[in-house]
Design a binder for this molecule. Structure first.
Ligand SMILES: *[C@@H]1O[C@H](CO)[C@@H](O)[C@H](O)[C@H]1NC(C)=O
Ligand SMILES: *[C@@H]1O[C@H](CO)[C@@H](O)[C@H](O)[C@H]1NC(C)=O
Ligand SMILES: *[C@@H]1O[C@H](CO)[C@@H](O)[C@H](O)[C@H]1NC(C)=O
Ligand SMILES: *[C@@H]1O[C@H](CO)[C@@H](O)[C@H](O)[C@H]1NC(C)=O
Ligand SMILES: *[C@@H]1O[C@H](CO)[C@@H](O)[C@H](O)[C@H]1NC(C)=O
Ligand SMILES: *[C@@H]1O[C@H](CO)[C@@H](O)[C@H](O)[C@H]1NC(C)=O
Ligand SMILES: *[C@@H]1O[C@H](CO)[C@@H](O)[C@H](O)[C@H]1NC(C)=O
Ligand SMILES: *[C@@H]1O[C@H](CO)[C@@H](O)[C@H](O)[C@H]1NC(C)=O
Length: 225
């Protein structure tokens, strides 16, 4: 009977339209996915080491940095040893001087060994969260800036991405705080003549600056909630 075919035909058309629409919408480009947070191993497999014989770093860090894209909430992983340090700063003067000792500002932090007076070469892994958008500078201040002057340095631009993950809004303690050196007993030549709890010029200022930065961010966090 002809009248019965009509609703079937309409249903078929409606179904076909639904299929077409769903196929078309599935094929339509999805909004660009927000980048997932990533860990960047500094220098790749070569790590963050300085060769005192060849007077050269183990990698070209500016080339390495140029190959990466950095977002808030990513981590930099420094595979290094206590012969080198990592200063993180937003202060381009300090960066260009390869010297943090006259920088008491709140943008400059020392990670890892304070270096310089350490003859040991204990392995060390530093995991540094990227919590500042914009230019971030990294260098080793060990050997009075000599390592930095010979290439132990790089700058990156941290993009907003998804913004700072909640877990990093209040920086986890103690991980962003400079870590103590590993115990002397794990080896290293000449380690007996170093005092691992002593602090050199500037280090106290850097650590004090970091405490202020934490307090600042904490109060910012508390006033925004
Ligand atoms: C990146 O490193 C951090 C700090 O060690 C760690 O908590 C996190 O799980 C790592 N993420 C990935 C994707 O490996
Ligand atoms: C350091 O440099 C010296 C001289 O160029 C080289 O013989 C040595 O293998 C290097 N050490 C490492 C760990 O790369
Ligand atoms: C940047 O560092 C220099 C010394 O390296 C210091 O004189 C200056 O006050 C610092 N600026 C800020 C904003 O902390
Ligand atoms: C390492 O120790 C030796 C002997 O104690 C000393 O002469 C040398 O200056 C030290 N090196 C550094 C980089 O502190
Ligand atoms: C650590 O530095 C000392 C000199 O300060 C050097 O003799 C030694 O080879 C270095 N070790 C490594 C693994 O770079
Ligand atoms: C790293 O490589 C670039 C060229 O890609 C060069 O201009 C720069 O001087 C190198 N840096 C070091 C420290 O060798
Ligand atoms: C290391 O330095 C700290 C602080 O200056 C001091 O209290 C301690 O006695 C020193 N330890 C050694 C073994 O020299
Ligand atoms: C550092 O200090 C400046 C000026 O006092 C302030 O505007 C800024 O928010 C501070 N940054 C942090 C990370 O505390």
């Amino acid at each position: 009977m002809a009248p019965r075919q009509c609703p079937i035909g309409a249903a078929t058309i409606a179904f076909s339209l639904a299929v077409i629409i769903s196929v078309v919408s599935a094929a339509a480009p999805a909004p660009a996915p927000a980048p997932a947070n990533k860990n960047h191993t500094v220098g790749g497999a070569a790590g963050w080491f300085y060769n005192t014989s060849s007077v050269a770093p183990s990698a070209n860090y500016s080339d390495w940095a140029a190959s990466q894209t950095f977002y808030l909430g990513d981590f930099l992983i420094f595979n290094t040893n206590t012969n080198s340090s990592v200063v993180q700063t937003g202060n381009d003067t300090t960066y260009s001087l390869c010297d943090a000792s006259n920088d008491d500002g709140n943008q400059t932090f020392l990670w890892g060994s304070d270096g310089g007076d350490s003859n040991s070469s204990n392995p060390e892994v530093l995991e540094i969260p990227l919590i500042y958008e914009g230019p971030n500078y990294f260098f080793s201040d060990t050997m009075d800036g000599e390592q930095c002057q010979n290439g132990m340095k790089f700058e990156i631009n941290v993009l907003h991405g998804n913004g700072l993950p909640p877990a990093l809004k209040q920086p986890p303690s103690p991980s962003p705080v400079p870590k103590p050196l590993p115990p002397t007993s794990t080896g290293g030549d000449g380690s007996s003549n170093e005092n691992q709890t002593s602090e050199k010029n500037g280090v106290e200022g850097i650590r004090g600056g970091f405490v202020l930065a934490i307090l600042g961010m904490l109060s910012l966090f508390l006033t925004t909630v």
